[in-house]
Design a protein around this ligand. Sequence first.
Ligand code: CTP
Length: 446
Amino acid sequence: MKKVITYGTFDLFHQGHYNLLARAKALGDYLIVGVTSDSFDLERGKMNTCNNVMERIDAIRSTGLADKIVIEEYKGQKIDDIQKYNVDVFAIGSDWEGYFDYLSEYCEVVYLPRTEGISSTLLRNERPLVRIGIIGTGSIANRFVPESEHVNSIFVQAVYNPEKSQADEFCRRHGVPYSAVSTADFYAEVDAVYIASPHYTHYEYAREALLAGKHVLCETPFVFKEAEAEELYRLAEERGLTLMVALKTAYCPAFGHLLSLLKSGAIGEIVEVNASTTTLMSEDSDKLDSRYYGGSMNENACFTLLPILKLLGTDYRRINFYSKMKNNVDVFTKALFQYDHGVASFQVGLGVKTEGNLVVSGTKGYAYVPAPWWKTDYFEMRYEDQNRNKKYFYPFDGEGLRYEIKEFVSSILSKDYFYSKVSKRENLVMAKVQEQYMNLENVYWI
Ligand code: CTP
């Protein structure tokens, strides 16, 4: 039996893809199709795919041409696959002419004619745009606009700030067409909203936007009460809208891979998670102002909670908080979590500096993510036998916001397949932890 293999992203499956598969199949008796995983596409800088890997696989399967479909996860996998599946022919479109000649050491390499006049890029450009509006014009909003330009099918259409002059200035700076005079006026212009306003306004804006039928991407910290988070999810679910929290660490490729490795037992059973995020601020910053929900917990706890809830789960037994206060806000807080089978801790600070790393300890080794771990691009797996230690490097492009923006747009455009990288339950528990802290449950002053 003659085996043929081909690879591609196969985004927005089109006639050119079909022809290529048919031509590849005709070269032998058995066709294997390699489809790039979503994280591999992100890693190699392909930010613009519209379909996720499950949708792309379904499209290939429905042609009936593939005898086997494999997922391409890493550079160098082609050689491994060719050997593993005993492949006779590697086939690919002529746009790659010459590029894969190095595979001829392992099998025959064939470049097939490409179908003229069609490509995923062309189809992506024809897709409807998600018109996004931004509420708030602070530093994160300023970073959002250039980052969104790396993502397909999104356009920043409008901005709202109750101080209209600031919205006008923002529009001028970033070339955004519309500066809204009221929120009603603003919602009429957009399909989705990015909430980048001060923390204490998130709940009200998110609620208003969902009631207006808009998808919501809300900056961190999401909200400070579990009941508020529950209500927002209910409003979104009832209306079939996307509600996502812009916790950028959760969406970067390296962090996703770190979680998969740890969940699949790379360091044995996970016993302890410790994470620190500290950012020294000047004392007159709004972020240290109690009137604006300032403080280290409100500013940074969502980041440190993420690996803890992801790795040890949301069913902790108890949390104790230890806070150093100044001017009525915590300039530093350490939290200790007790679980049935593990412990966790985090340090957050706006007035105290610590090493900002993440360490996950297990029965067979530990994972070390150096500072600033929340912008993960590199981590190490370390073992008693140091020869087994392994280092992992990933891209973290630009400000890293493009990954979450891409997920947000994908969730709006491909509803049925979308699964959220931070679950509803995890977001509810993050709000619950903030609420517990604000209610001073198990909070001790140091
Ligand atoms: N292909 C083809 N004819 C086309 C488009 C793609 O034969 N008109 C082939 C490619 O050469 C490759 C396979 O289909 O062998 C998968 O290509 P992929 O990169 O996924 O598709 P494109 O449409 O080229 O995507 P993009 O526009 O993102 O580059």
